[in-house]
Write a protein that binds this ligand. Structure first.
Ligand SMILES: [Fe+2]
Length: 206
């Protein structure tokens, strides 16, 4: 199983603070069947400032520990989409995990996503359940799906009333783990929604 969205890379954003903590959590992930981890620290976030060079430096260090645990790791990023965003670290060279404002529809959304697609990127929208302007907006959901935009839902939002789950619109499930300050992870959900995991594997060619 794999986790495509988390803040386990230590000391770079509002996620896990140091290497010791990160190593401890990675062990827990491995024990619970997660064998592939995509580290996705924030980039271009309005309130969490991050640095690409520092992210790459810390990834090179944590990667060695991942190898010791038998965890396959990749570096990516969670990009807060703004009209002028330029800096990102794609997952597997061409997948962009994209975060959006939660309360207000970003008017530049479709244009910007289309531009990124023209540049050769595939888009994964992070935690789609958080965007109040998207849930229930069938026309916009259809439009995004026709553009081949993938939807990721966080584990804690996986329940029978989830708008996206009910409509079979979920391509990825992920922890979005930020360390102990947020709720603990129910790893059993990865097994429960194994069909979504399989879908994600085929998209990412894992
Ligand atoms: Fe995140």
């Amino acid at each position: 199983m794999f986790d495509i969205h988390n803040h386990l890379l230590p000391g770079v954003d509002d996620g896990v603070k140091n290497f010791d903590e990160s190593i401890k959590f990675l062990e827990t992930f491995k024990k619970n069947g997660i064998t592939t981890v995509f580290f996705t620290p924030h980039l271009n976030h309005p309130s969490v400032k991050t640095n690409v060079a520092k992210i790459k430096e810390n990834y090179e260090k944590i990667k060695i520990h991942c190898e010791e645990f038998g965890i396959k790791s990749f570096l990516g990023s969670e990009i807060y989409l703004t009209p002028d965003v330029k800096e990102f670290i794609p997952i597997k060279d061409y997948f962009l995990l994209v975060e959006l404002p939660t309360d207000i529809y970003p008017v530049y959304l479709l244009d910007k996503l289309f531009d990124l697609q023209l540049e050769g990127y595939e888009i994964i929208l992070a935690h789609v359940e958080r965007y109040k302007w998207l849930e229930g907006n069938g026309l916009l959901v259809d439009r995004l799906k026709h553009m081949n935009v993938y939807f990721q839902v966080n584990l804690e939002a996986l329940n029978g009333s989830n708008y996206f789950l009910k409509r079979d619109l979920v391509d990825f499930i992920a922890t979005d783990f930020h360390g102990e300050k947020r709720s603990s992870i129910d790893f059993s959900l990865f097994r429960k929604y194994n069909d979504i995991i399989e879908k994600g594997k085929s998209i990412l060619k894992l």
